[in-house]
Write a protein that binds this ligand. Structure first.
Ligand SMILES: C[S@@+](CC[C@H](N)C(=O)[O-])C[C@H]1O[C@@H](n2cnc3c(N)ncnc32)[C@H](O)[C@@H]1O
Length: 498
């Protein structure tokens, strides 16, 4: 697909990823400038350190559900107010959520966008029930997400129906005829007058192929269709019927239940390895329903950039915002690799390519910031959660909770995510070169916490340190992943984490 040749608005920098909190970034955008907004916020995004691969919907205990829902709505409200401000009157917004908060989200959106501008509640069936309703569980499988669609206020908002192919059982039932000469599949449609047989409807009444009745078309038109081979009489005396070819039909109009788009599967080429990644097909459908080529699409929680890739593929302009520098780097790489779009300031100025703005740190800056900020930066960049206490951390600066983690029943309930038992420690040192003693200290912390895998972040590792990491693995079968700041700044870190 061609890259859009130029910026569609002099007020807006499109083909741009902004790194930062979307509340701040949205405030920089002018009013009514966006045609289509899609957002897929993480449920507990009130924790600003909850970055895109750290999100797991199932990891909360029931006890913290109510608190989380309230916090989520409080977090979302000012952001949705900003989104409503930047949305054009003819535009649309899709908010992607699930059972955790969808009912509260709908009430909030009605208040902000106006109940009268609500268009659809879309159900996306994202998995089959056996994935969630496990034996022994006492609930039905939670197998769908909800997308709320609102218009920007104008009754003439942009909307284009989409169609999906007929399924095989429908075809077998309704398109059972095949034209021997061409192989085209067709069904036989009625040629009778639409208003029935009442002469008052003004339908023509005459005899055609031995059948006399009220017809849909004039005698001349019927003859024309017959001569073109479009009217069939299955046996003498039978009512003539009209051939409706399958290849001329649009298909089934897409309704509000979307069960024909699979979630990302492990073998999918588009899969990047982040659990919150949405399928491209889902975003392409949204964009096709609610935008035209060259329209401006905004994703203010864009994760690994699915909406941006869909927009680029379909020739839309786009703007992405994400708070996680790592997410920004991952999506930049994706746009370069998948869309062959160069990340290049000069080309971007010339109307091609794209840019990432406001990435907070360069290696040089990172050497200068206070140690605790450096620690936070590193832990957040890895998708982890920093320790609250900056002192007395006992050799661990943060934790990564893998998405597969489940709450432990016997676990503590106080404190955020304390009930989670599966986690990987992160140690961060703002040092030019980490040496063997630093590794020894981290090993001790890992053994004390009975962790078999941990991450160590610094600017560089001495060869002694790397040798000790190998020895630790041979001795204790524990893995320490050494990560340099450079690797985090580049997206190569994502590979090491997944
Ligand atoms: C569920 S993921 C989005 C996934 C995305 N739809 C995709 O297909 O890749 C949510 C994203 O929102 C980002 N996020 C959370 N809070 C944010 C905030 N305040 N501002 C901007 N982005 C935020 C997270 O870093 C995360 O990448």
């Amino acid at each position: 697909m061609p890259a859009s040749p130029q910026k569609s608005s002099s007020l807006l920098d499109t083909r741009t990823i902004f790194c930062g909190d979307n509340l701040d970034q949205l405030r920089k955008l002018p009013d009514a400038c966006i045609d289509l907004i899609y957002i897929d916020p993480p449920f507990n995004s009130n924790r600003t350190y909850e970055v895109f691969w750290g999100e797991s919907k199932e990891k909360r205990s029931f006890e913290d559900r109510h608190e989380s829902t309230r916090a989520y709505i409080e977090f979302m409200r000012p952001r949705c107010v900003e989104l409503a401000r930047v949305l054009k009157k003819t535009g649309s917004i899709y908010l992607h959520c699930d059972w955790h908060a969808s009912h509260y989200v709908k009430v909030m959106l009605d208040q902000i966008f106006g109940e009268q501008n609500f268009i659809n509640e879309i159900i996306w069936k994202r998995q089959s029930s056996h994935n969630d309703a496990k034996q022994g569980s006492k609930h039905l499988g939670r197998i769908h997400d909800t997308l709320f669609l609102y218009g920007g206020g104008d009754t003439d908002y942009f909307f284009k129906h989409q169609y999906r192919p007929y399924d095989e059982s429908y075809l077998e039932k309704f398109y059972k005829h095949v034209e021997p000469r061409t192989g085209r599949r067709y069904q036989l449609g009625d040629l009778g007058a639409p208003g029935g047989s009442a002469p008052s409807k003004g339908n023509p009444h005459y005899e055609f192929l031995g059948v006399t009745r009220y017809w849909r078309y004039s005698r001349e038109r019927m003859q024309e269709l017959y001569d073109q081979g479009l009217i069939v009489q299955t046996k003498p005396g039978a009512v003539p019927r009209f051939k409706r070819y399958l290849d001329e039909g649009l298909g089934v109009p897409v309704g509000s239940v979307w069960d024909d788009i699979n979630p990302i599967q492990s073998q999918d080429a588009e899969r990047l390895g982040y659990p919150t990644q949405k399928p491209l097909k889902l975003l392409e459908r949204i964009l096709e329903i609610s935008s035209d080529p060259n329209d401006i699409v905004l994703d203010a929680f864009c994760g690994c950039g699915t909406a941006l890739v869909a927009a680029q593929n379909l020739g839309r302009q786009w703007i992405g915002i994400d708070i996680s520098p790592t997410a920004c780097r991952v999506m930049a790489k994706r746009l370069r690799d998948v869309c062959k779009l160069p990340e290049d300031e000069k080309l971007w100025r010339a109307g091609r390519g794209f840019v990432v703005r406001d990435l907070p740190w360069s290696e040089k800056q990172l050497r200068r910031i206070p140690p605790f900020e450096f620690e936070n930066w590193a832990v957040i960049a890895l998708g982890g959660i920093p320790n609250k206490a900056q002192v007395g951390d006992m050799g661990i600066d943060g934790r990564i909770y893998p998405v597969s983690s489940m709450p432990t029943r016997s676990g503590k309930t106080a404190g955020e995510l304390d009930f989670m038992d599966v986690w990987y420690p992160i140690q961060v040192k703002q040092k030019d070169k980490v040496g063997r003693p630093d590794i020894d200290a981290f090993e001790a912390a890992m053994l004390r916490e009975r962790r078999t895998k941990g991450f160590f972040v610094s600017f560089e590792f001495s060869s002694d340190a790397l040798r000790e990491i190998d020895a630790f693995f041979r001795r204790e079968h524990c893995i320490i992943v050494p990560l340099t700041v450079q690797e985090i700044l580049e997206e190569s870190v994502a590979r090491k984490l997944t």
